[in-house]
Design a protein around this ligand. Structure first.
Ligand SMILES: Cc1ncc(COP(=O)(O)O)c(C=O)c1O
Length: 422
């Protein structure tokens, strides 16, 4: 762990997480390209989201699909958050980060029988299923598992594994649009009968708005419908409001408003007059703004008035803007009066290898650092070995110190699992 002097206070905007001097120090220490997380910003964000929902029976579950770094997951855990798992891999990482299985909610899709068994064997007890077929599979695997365990614990009471909190992911075309995910209310009766056949009950309704929704009303307008729909389940005990809460990548545009959402949701649930558990699974909104990808300029050319900058990173390190769409602001700490229209190009010839197009940046020089902002969510998590470039390192900056939280890969990673002697 290395200590910073006071340089981190010289920010060029509230969205740059550290100063140019700090960026240089980090690149000198850890190399480039480099994912840098600001732990102080992350803690502030978690606190703000937590405070925004005053309903007392609220369980926050961080959606680790956005970022699976163990050091960061531990920060969420330190605030009493649990984990939302989209896949068994999310659960595996969550357990490594120290989450208790009871703090992990699985709300994913299309597990095969072995995976379903693995999830239950890990001790996860809250599962929001995406189809009647997945519900049936879950109940079957659960029942088989119990009958195989019972002889081992013949005297009552049953072991904790007898408990399961089952929910349905909701598909309501008037709200969720043309979505493949979820179960329609007209299927609820069959779902209830199915679970009762196994001596289980359906106690949860799960809703997912769709990722990156910045209109707060898109959430507040559906609260009453969700509560009414949940009451079609006779054993209803919890509402999982999922994720999808937006983040303002265009810093001058409207952002999802946690305070308005939290106040309205709390009020409507209170009006119900009975206790239910509320589960919230923020992903992007909690972590997007807490990270920056640093890269260095390796090539410059001019096409008329346009600056074509080559950097030492690639869309395989950050696939969101170019491959999957979306905007990420790119800054440099260089001072200049007149910016130029600039394309920031990755270090391959892949036709989509642009980190940013038509950015407004000063004339750059070889070795300058550029910073791609707001890459905490779906950044490293969506990086790949496409183009055969090893992945960057990850560094955590907090409380005036910095430390490595994931090593830079080397070329040997490209041989992983290959059968070299064949
Ligand atoms: C069920 C569920 N909850 C939460 C999330 C996190 O979404 P976001 O990052 O948009 O908040 C996802 C993302 O896939 C999801 O499928």
């Amino acid at each position: 762990m290395a200590r910073l002097d006071k340089k981190e206070t010289q920010l060029i905007s509230s969205f740059s997480l550290f100063s140019g001097e700090v960026a240089q120090e980090l690149v000198n220490t850890y190399g480039s390209p480099l994912y840098v997380y600001n732990g102080d910003r992350l803690r502030e964000t978690i606190e703000r989201i937590t405070k925004a929902i005053s309903y007392p029976h609220t369980q926050f579950r961080f959606a680790s699909v956005t970022n699976g770094n163990i050091a960061l997951l531990k920060i969420f855990r330190s605030f009493g958050w649990g984990l939302h798992a989209n896949t068994p891999g999310d659960i595996y990482l969550g357990l490594q980060a120290g989450f208790d299985p009871s703090e992990i909610v699985y709300s994913g899709s299309n597990l095969n029988r072995d995976e379903m068994l693995q999830v239950l064997n890990w001790g996860v007890t809250t599962l929001n299923l995406d189809s009647l077929a997945q519900l049936q599979l879950c109940c079957e695997v659960f029942a088989n598992r119990i009958s195989s365990l019972l002889p081992l614990c013949s005297s009552a009471p049953l072991p904790p594994c007898h408990f399961l909190r089952l929910g349905l992911r909701l598909n309501l075309p008037e709200i969720t649009g043309d979505s493949r995910i979820g179960v329609r209310p007209e299927e609820f009766a069959d779902a209830i009968a199915l679970t009762h056949n196994f001596g289980l009950k359906l106690s949860g309704l799960h809703f997912y708005r769709g990722t990156g929704t910045n209109a707060t009303t898109a959430f507040t307008q559906v609260i009453d419908t969700l509560i009414a729909t949940a009451q079609l389940l006779p054993d209803w005990e919890y509402l999982d409001f999922g994720g999808g809460f937006g983040y303002p990548y265009h810093h001058n545009k409207t952002a999802f408003d946690w305070e308005i959402f939290g106040a309205e949701l709390t009020e409507r649930i209170r009006r119900l007059g009975r206790k239910i558990d509320l589960v919230i699974e923020p992903g992007r909104s909690a972590i997007a703004g807490c990270a920056t990808l640093l890269a260095q300029v390796v090539s410059i050319k001019w096409q008329g008035e346009k600056q074509i900058i080559g950097v030492d990173t690639t869309v395989a390190n950050l696939s969101v803007p170019s491959v999957h769409g979306g905007y990420r602001e790119i800054i440099t700490w260089k001072q200049a009066d007149n910016p130029f229209t600039t394309d920031i190009c990755g270090n391959t010839t892949y036709s989509r290898d642009y980190l940013g197009k038509n950015c407004q940046l000063p004339a750059l020089e070889i070795g300058d650092i550029v910073a791609i902002l707001d890459v905490g969510a779906y950044g490293y998590a969506m990086s790949s070995h496409f183009l055969h470039r090893p992945k960057p390192a990850e560094v955590l900056l907090e409380n005036g110190t910095h430390r490595l939280i994931r090593q830079r890969e080397d070329y040997s990673v490209l041989l992983t699992n290959q059968m070299l002697d064949n």
